[in-house]
Design a protein around this ligand. Structure first.
Ligand code: ATP
Ligand code: HMH
Length: 286
């Protein structure tokens, strides 16, 4: 059996909590060999984004070609893409190398408010990249920007998921970090009409830098190992819950999550059953 390989196509976060760094740390934690193609370099820490530079297009293409020529990633994840041109290049590589399991984290704005995707590129993302994607994992503001629909409650959340499925993406996971209430609930809906939700107690923490990257990287790692979508979602939810529950207290702002926490403090299974383990609800997402 060959060791599973996952590819992340994303921006570098010098602060180490999000972007490529979060993805590779998470892949490693989950027993998957991570390869990467950098789209951008950010000067960033827990206080915010100080500077962004895009990787020149020819250099991005060279990275994608180097990977495509020598590795067979069984899952590919996209994070910060920055602009339309980058999205077009990623789509070309997906086609050229027949990457079939593609998880799109539609990164648009960093926690501090810094833009990580040009406004005009949102359309390229929904029209060019989502039709190639297996799962897209928006947070609430990203979902509103992609669909133009306001999310105020469960029924508008559901409508926006149905609207996004029209792009051709196989499945949507609407993340609940930006919603309110005692539970952090992520909603899953796919083209076949299958739906479920994953809930964990909402933790009162500001150490949330990179939660979205970490969640989608864990999901990607599990899919790279050929686990089912449902099993992958459950592990990803447990992984991010543990990472939030055992903070590292680094930096003066929104600190990073603890990427090793799930391995170190328990996996929510058997004797190690974690009190904060997610509740998997089947059935209707309303
Ligand atoms: N306070 C919290 N307690 C428990 N789980 C949380 C909390 N905040 C976020 N989550 C979970 O973390 C995951 C990421 O969701 P979130 O909505 O924060 O993503 P995001 O906004 O894209 O993150 P980022 O932009 O920081 O990368 C989801 O599974 C969500 O439910
Ligand atoms: C490079 C990068 N990618 C993604 C995010 C979103 O958390 C971030 N802050 N920085």
């Amino acid at each position: 059996m060959t060791y599973p390989v996952a590819l992340t196509i994303a921006g570098s976060d010098s602060g180490g909590g999000a972007g490529i760094q979060a993805d590779l740390k998470t892949f490693q934690e989950r027993g998957v060999f991570g390869v990467s193609a950098l789209t951008a370099v950010t000067a960033q820490n827990t206080l915010g984004v100080q500077r962004v530079g895009m990787v020149e297009p020819a250099l991005l293409k060279a990275q994608l070609d180097s990977i495509g020529a020598d590795f067979q990633p069984t899952a590919v994840k996209t994070g910060m893409l920055g602009d339309s041109f980058t999205i077009e290049q990623v789509v070309q590589a997906i086609d050229a190398y027949s990457w079939t399991t593609v998880i799109v984290d539609p990164v648009m704005v960093a926690k501090g408010g810094h833009t990580l995707l040009e406004q005009e590129a949102i359309e390229s993302l929904t029209q060019l990249l989502l039709p190639k994607a297996s799962i897209v994992t928006p947070n609430v503001p990203e979902m509103e920007l992609m669909t133009g629909l306001k999310i105020e409650g469960d029924s508008s959340a559901r409508k926006s998921m149905e609207a996004l499925l029209k792009s051709g993406v196989t499945a949507v996971i609407l993340k609940g970090g930006h919603r309110t209430g005692p539970l952090a609930t992520d909603l899953y809906l796919d083209q076949s009409g299958r739906e479920f939700s994953l809930s964990t107690p909402r933790l009162a923490t500001h150490q949330t830098h990179g939660t979205g990257c970490t969640f989608s990287a864990a999901l990607t790692a599990e899919l790279a190992k050929d686990h089912s979508v449902e099993a992958a979602c459950t592990v990803a939810k447990r992984f991010i819950q543990a990472a939030l529950q055992y903070p590292l207290s680094l930096g003066a702002g929104h600190g990073p999550t603890h990427h090793a926490a799930y391995r170190v403090y328990g996996q929510g299974e058997g004797e190690k059953q974690d009190a904060q383990a997610p509740i998997l609800h089947y059935g209707h997402v309303r």
